[in-house]
Design a protein around this ligand. Structure first.
Ligand SMILES: [Zn+2]
Length: 279
């Protein structure tokens, strides 16, 4: 346990707006905040703090320099757990930091909220990628927007339809939208139509990941259609065929390389033409 007192210069300030406010009351017992472990043991910071009455935010516990508003953990503890959560699996974070997963989500919300206020992620955007991500076993969807120039996530919201994406453009505003040049996405119609109406100057691009996925599927359909009609192929060749055509050339086994060569011999066959197109 470490006992701390806020310096007089930071006393009686609202944790949200940092205005100096009139006192409200002082609870009898000091408050505690979980701090970074010391020597493998849990460590707490303790301090006697007052509640104040902010004209804007009501009765709240006064600001303390070592913790975020309404947090039971110190800033250092928050930052540490948030970093861990971004770099390791949930169970490891909980076990290592000895906190419940619910606390971790609250911590991450606090830290991200703090950072979002300080940096404007929507500033200076030119080339974006828009995608939908399924979670909860495909029952729920997120729409995410990434900045291709920095590789950073700039916006995300629940839902995957035109109104979700319209909210992004509302937040971005007309001026910043007008400076966008390219947007990549999968073939979702709702993305294409929203982009067309909200940012007509933007060049819409196909996400290469999806293009490769479609080409690969199409090639595999041709393969299964012509499989029984292939001439001069042993059963072993036929089994190797699928991977010989789908895998990257540098990853092929010797058997697959020879099957691929056989396919390429007949330049006019449907399978060969499909393969060359896919490559
Ligand atoms: Zn306030």
């Amino acid at each position: 346990m470490v006992s701390l007192e806020p310096h007089a210069s930071v006393r009686s300030r609202c944790p949200h707006c940092e205005q100096r406010c009139p006192g409200y009351d002082r609870p009898n017992r000091p408050r505690q905040w979980r701090h970074l472990d010391m020597g493998g043991m849990r460590c707490f910071v303790q301090g006697s703090v007052s509640r104040i009455r902010c004209p804007e935010h009501g009765v709240v516990t006064e600001m303390v320099p070592w913790a975020r508003p309404a947090a039971n953990m110190t800033r250092a503890f928050d930052d540490n757990v948030a970093w861990l959560a971004a770099h390791s699996p949930a169970t490891s974070v909980c076990e290592y930091a000895r906190v419940a997963w619910r606390s971790v989500t609250r911590i991450v919300t606090r830290v991200v909220g703090d950072a979002v206020g300080r940096t404007d992620r929507l500033q200076g955007l030119r080339r974006l990628g828009i995608d939908e991500i399924a979670y909860r076993k495909g029952h729920r969807y997120l729409t995410v927007v990434v900045d291709h120039d920095t590789g950073r996530l700039v916006w995300a919201a629940e839902g995957h339809n035109e109104s979700t994406l319209n909210r992004f453009f509302d937040e971005l505003g007309e001026e910043r939208t007008a400076r966008l040049t390219h947007i990549s996405a999968d073939a979702a119609k709702w993305i294409a139509s929203t982009v067309r109406s909200r940012a007509p100057q933007v060049k819409q691009c196909m996400d290469p990941f999806h293009v490769i996925q479609w080409m690969t599927r199409a090639l595999d359909r041709v393969r299964s259609r012509v499989l029984s009609r292939l001439w001069g192929f042993t059963d072993r060749d036929r089994r190797q065929l699928r991977w010989a055509l789908l895998k990257n050339v540098e990853n092929l086994s010797p058997a697959q390389i020879s099957v691929r060569a056989k396919i390429l011999e007949d330049r006019n066959s449907e399978l060969c033409r499909s393969y060359v197109l896919k490559e």
